[in-house]
Structures are given as structure tokens and as C-alpha cells.
Design a protein around this ligand. Structure first.
Ligand code: UDP
Length: 461
């Protein structure tokens, strides 16, 4: 009998590859073969980072997961950082390449045929390819369920005149999709926050509209948990939570992770030297860019707070001017703080020395903070991060906002909020309670665990 074989397709971004890699490991535990499809560019980046990671450690699950790649059609490397070019190119080139790949796999062996495609919600076109080829299909959302609920509501938002045809909010206002749904500020709709002009907004908006065509998905799953978003799951009951996937992992096993950058593990030794619950962990995910002024304010705010901190500054966070400033800053700091290019974030957040997470509120970072009971200082940058901030600060009440003054978050605001957070026992207690509620979901009998088991049974049927 042929073994179930799932093709997993993430959008080419770190915050999309990570949870789908976690899901792949979960499926692989149930003897499901996985073909994990990245773009050529991302695959090369992952393989290079992976080659330098934990060379002497056993990697579990990797033999069940085959990494393959197809082109994204981008000719000039710098164009990859421009949403409008990337998305358009993906739409033009990848459907045909994916179809060819699926055909090649099935021609190789009757027993190895792809039985199901699990595609990132941002790659909705892949479900159309799967449907055309008569293959089962599931859509996976790497953001909160509330974002997909918002996508489903686009026709109503258009009818009610809340947005124009290209997704532009007609006015800046706060709306609720349903009485208990989180408040959403229209100017913070994910597509209106792409930071790259109207063209990028239109493309992302169209992409999200096209996800509505994901009616052809037989399953809609997301890396969330019922307790995190009860109102979103009530509003859109066809979306099923299977998370938090990061909490399903065993701490003792080093999975093939899918990191795009080489992790600097020296920060774990540095954390070992710090007192319990003392360190401010500062990380802004894989996209956030800073100008020199904002970066200086952050650096000075951390320095003035007089607390130990671990700060991730990616090499592409800005330009040479930033590098010169950072070099001088690091020299001055001595052992008071540590700056790394890319951290093993999930391990960092489990470390007992971590007191709080100053975060851009990407959905993965949000989940990773929550499952470790770490309170947040929120600093959203774009896309869905403002909505995640609402969850963190207003709904779960496990974090404090950093407020902008004339577009800048000042060093005074940073030191003030660090102090306020560290003195707030209620915040820490709520973060611990939320952690306990949420991680139970992936344990035996938990609702996410049941959904995942049902998904596995469906895939293997
Ligand atoms: N991450 C990491 N090391 C870092 C910073 C981030 O491993 O130094 C990981 C983090 O654990 C998360 C992902 O990168 O899984 C970022 O995803 P998220 O949704 O938080 O943000 P995005 O990059 O999509 O903005």
C-alpha cells in the first residue's frame, strides 16, 4: 500500500517556513512522508545556515522530510525585497513549476504520489493547482485566525464602504467584525500596512481576496489555539487551530529548523551567566528595518534601563552607518548586554534568565513568548503585527505598548516601559496563566491535538 505523501508549500519568508516546518515534523511523526517545497533562493539560504548548525547533533525527522525547491522567477536579487515584484513573480512562475514538480514525483513511483497539498494561505494559487490535479488540499495560516476571519470578511467590508476596491480604508476608524472580536483599526488592516506604497498594498489585498477562493481548501488550519482566539474561531468555525506547534516540540531534540540565518548560540552561554528573570530579550523578526535615529534611541533606552539585554540585530537591518554605531555601542557595553545577528529564539525564550520580550509582535514570536509565559513590550512594524499587539496588550493583557512620539519610540519611553513591566507582577502572573492554558492544547486530549489527529486520519484515509 502506498504511504501518505504530503507536499508542504510555505510563502518564502522566515515566519511562514518555521511553522510549516514544525507542522511537517508533526505529520512525519505519524509516518507521513513530506516533500517540503521552498523557492530555490530560500532553500539555498536554509541549507547554508543548516550546514553550520549543531554539526554533531542528531537531527530527528529529517529523513521523513525531503527538502526540494522550485524557482520564484526573480532575476535580480534585490527585487526579492520588494513585495509587489515578489508576489507578482510568484503568481506568474510558481504554479506551472509546482505542477511540473508534482507530475515528476508521481511519474517516479506510483507509491510515492502526492496525496495532499498543504499550502500557506499566502500561496492560495497552489490549492488551485492541487484541485486541477485531483489532489486533496489544506490551507495553512501562519498568522492569527483573526486575520483569516478578516479575509473572509472582505466582501462585507467592501459592501459596508469600510474599504475601497483596492483595500484602502475609506476612513481611519475602529471596527469589530463581530461583537467579541478584537478591535481592528482600519488603517492597521494587514494589507494597508505593507510599508511599500499603494501597488504593494493592492497586490497583498488581491492575494488576501484570492485566499477567499480557498473555499476549495478541504481544511483550513492555523498555528493558534482555541483559548487564544475564542471569538475568531466562533466567527469563522471552519478554521481549525492545531497549535501552538512550537509547544509540541521536545526540548531535547534538534529538528531541521528552516532558519535562514546562522544562529549565534553563544548567547545561550551568556544567558547562563545572568540572574533568573533579569534579561530583556529584544528581537524584531526577519523583516523589520530601522533608521539610524530609531536604532540609536533603542540602544540608548536599553543602556539606560540598566538591565541585562540580548538584542538581535540582523545584518540587513540597515546600512553601514548603523554598523559603525553598533560597534561603538557594543564596545562600550562590555558584559551588560549582548548583540547577535540571529538568535536561536525558541531556546532563548525558554531560558530562565529571560524577564521580558521586546518584540515586533510577529505571530510566531507572539506564540513563542506566550508558550514560555514571557510578558511583552510591543513594537509592531507592519502587516498583522498591530492586530497581534491588540491581542497581547488588550485581550490577553500580557504586555505593554511602546508609544510613538512623532513616529519615534524614544529612549525615555523604552526605559519607562521596561521599568513599569518589571514591576508589574499582575502582568507576569497573567502570562504564566496563559502559558498553562495554551500549551495544554497540544497535549493528549487538548483541542488542537484532536484537530491535528483528525487531520492526520484524513490525510492517511
Ligand atoms: N527568529 C529566530 N531568531 C531570531 C529572530 C527570529 O529564530 O533572532 C524566528 C522566530 O523564532 C520566529 C521567526 O523567526 O519563529 C519570525 O517569525 P515572526 O512571525 O515572529 O516574524 P516575521 O519574521 O514574520 O516578521
Amino acid at each position: 500500500m502506498s504511504r501518505a505523501h504530503v507536499l508542504v508549500l510555505p510563502f518564502p519568508a522566515q515566519g511562514h517556513v518555521n511553522p510549516l516546518m514544525d507542522l511537517s515534523h508533526e505529520l512525519a511523526k505519524h509516518d507521513i512522508k513530506i516533500t517540503f517545497v521552498n523557492t530555490d533562493f530560500i532553500n539555498k539560504q536554509i541549507m547554508e545556515a543548516e550546514a553550520t548548525r549543531n554539526e554533531d547533533k542528531e537531527q530527528v525527522g529529517s529523513d521523513q522530510i525531503q527538502m526540494v525547491s522550485i524557482p520564484d522567477g526573480i532575476e535580480q536579487e534585490e527585487d526579492r525585497n520588494r513585495w509587489e515584484i515578489l508576489i507578482e513573480s510568484i503568481w506568474q512562475v510558481m504554479p506551472m513549476k509546482l505542477e511540473q514538480l508534482i507530475q515528476e514525483i508521481s511519474e517516479k513511483s506510483e507509491n510515492e504520489k502526492i496525496s495532499c497539498v498543504v499550502a500557506d494561505a499566502a500561496m492560495g494559487w497552489a490549492l488551485e493547482v492541487a484541485e486541477k490535479m485531483g489532489i486533496h488540499r489544506a490551507t495553512f495560516l501562519s498568522t492569527s485566525a483573526a486575520v483569516l476571519a478578516l479575509c473572509f470578511s472582505i466582501p462585507k467590508l467592501l459592501d459596508d464602504g469600510i474599504i475601497d476596491d483596492d483595500g484602502t480604508p475609506t476612513k481611519d476608524q475602529i471596527i469589530h467584525l463581530a461583537p467579541n472580536m478584537p478591535a481592528m483599526r482600519t488603517k492597521h488592516f494587514p494589507w494597508a500596512q505593507m510599508g511599500a506604497g499603494l501597488n504593494a498594498q493592492k497586490l497583498v489585498f488581491n492575494c488576501m481576496m484570492r485566499n477567499n477562493a480557498a473555499e476549495i481548501a478541504e481544511w483550513a488550519i492555523c498555528n493558534s489555539a482555541h483559548e487564544l482566539e475564542p471569538s475568531a474561531f466562533a466567527y469563522a468555525p471552519n478554521i481549525l487551530p492545531i497549535g501552538p506547534l512550537q509547544a509540541s516540540k521536545s526540548n531535547h531534540v534538534d529538528h531541521l529548523a528552516g532558519s535562514f540565518w546562522r544562529e549565534d548560540s553563544t548567547c545561550l552561554n551568556w544567558l547562563d551567566q545572568q540572574p533568573d528573570k533579569s534579561v530583556i530579550y529584544v528581537a524584531f523578526g526577519s523583516f523589520t528595518i530601522f533608521d539610524l535615529l530609531q536604532l540609536q534611541e533603542l540602544a540608548l533606552g536599553l543602556e539606560l534601563s540598566n538591565k541585562p539585554f540580548l538584542w538581535v540585530v540582523r545584518s540587513d537591518i540597515n546600512n553601514g552607518a548603523v554598523n559603525a554605531f553598533l560597534k561603538e555601542f557594543e564596545d562600550r557595553l562590555c558584559s551588560h548586554g549582548k548583540v547577535v545577528g540571529w538568535a536561536p529564539q525558541q531556546k532563548v525564550l525558554t531560558h530562565p534568565s529571560i524577564a521580558c520580550f521586546l518584540s515586533h509582535c510577529g505571530w510566531n514570536s507572539t506564540i513563542e513568548g506566550v508558550i514560555n509565559g514571557v510578558p511583552f513590550l510591543s513594537w509592531p512594524y507592519f502587516a498583522d503585527q498591530f492586530l497581534n499587539e491588540t491581542y497581547i496588550c488588550d485581550i490577553w493583557k500580557v504586555g505593554l505598548r511602546l508609544n510613538r512620539d512623532n513616529g519615534i519610540i524614544s529612549q525615555e519611553e523604552i526605559t519607562f516601559k521596561i521599568k513599569q513591566l518589571l514591576n508589574d507582577e499582575g502582568l507576569r502572573a497573567r502570562a504564566s496563566e496563559l502559558k498553562e492554558k495554551v500549551i495544554d492544547n497540544v497535549k493528549d486530549g487538548g483541542s488542537s491535538n484532536k484537530n491535528l489527529k483528525n487531520l492526520v486520519d484524513w490525510i492517511k484515509a
